[in-house]
Design a protein around this ligand. Structure first.
Ligand SMILES: O=C(O)[C@H](O)[C@@H](O)[C@H](O)[C@H](O)COP(=O)(O)O
Length: 223
């Protein structure tokens, strides 16, 4: 794992957006399309605000999520909504969104359909992940009902329910997260930095983010 520390979060978000755009551009030089997986939550919005203006052939970029909360796409907690509003605008409006949500009572009801849409996106070309102070990443939460399965399965997606998650989730599994050609983790604040250091000495069962740290670049700013 490589750790990059930035003087402040604003600079980190702009720098990281530039790096991600550069990696996508490189990938498009060699391949028909690039697949780009991003997290939801509160951290990545400013990255999206800058990245959406990047000058690259977005019509060949397939954007998807690392995980989704099981709420309709117009819900304030929907990661799909965040991506549509903050990333898929400006030049990036030409990108294609590969959905991680389909209207259904529960993720189990549409899991196979969503997986089928995903198969040709693998391996993910460029992946950005977030992390919680409880050491979860994507929706691999400590104590989640299917954490063990998500760490071992060769499936693409799994539903996930956890004490630390407000609603049911759907998440890319560990093998998909680990299989990305390039993997970045973005975190801010002292609490998450301490959690990251702690996770480095724990197993993925205790600290799920530990599963994706080898080979990842972690970007950190205090605030
Ligand atoms: O839907 C989500 O919640 C995520 O994709 C999740 O894995 C997120 O990256 C972390 O929870 C960090 O969230 P914050 O950026 O809000 O702290």
């Amino acid at each position: 794992m490589q750790l990059i520390e930035y003087p402040d979060a604003e600079m980190m978000m702009i720098d990281l957006a530039n790096s991600l755009a550069g990696e996508l551009e490189n990938c498009l030089l060699k391949h028909d399309h690039a697949s780009f997986a991003v997290p939801g939550g509160t951290t990545p919005g400013p990255i999206f605000d800058s990245l959406c203006a990047a000058n690259l052939d977005w019509s060949r970029v397939h954007v998807t999520l690392t995980d989704e909360r099981w709420v309709p796409p117009d819900h304030p907690r929907s990661n799909t909504r965040l991506v549509r509003e903050r990333l898929l605008t400006d030049r990036a409006a030409a990108a294609t969104m590969i959905p991680l949500y389909k209207e259904a009572e529960a993720p189990e009801d549409v899991l196979e359909d969503l997986e089928a849409g995903f198969a040709e996106e693998l391996p993910i070309s460029v992946m950005l992940l977030g992390m919680g102070a409880d050491m979860h990443t994507a929706s691999l939460f400590p104590g989640a009902d299917k954490l063990g399965e998500a760490l071992r399965t060769d499936r693409i997606l799994l539903p996930m329910r956890a004490p630390g998650a407000e609603e049911p989730r759907i998440t890319l599994t560990a093998q998909v997260l680990k299989g990305a050609m390039s993997r970045h983790i973005v975190i801010t604040g002292d609490e998450k930095r301490t959690a990251l250091e702690k996770a480095r000495g724990l197993s993925p069962e205790e600290a799920p983010v530990a599963a994706v740290l080898p080979g990842a670049t972690v970007h950190w700013a205090r605030d």
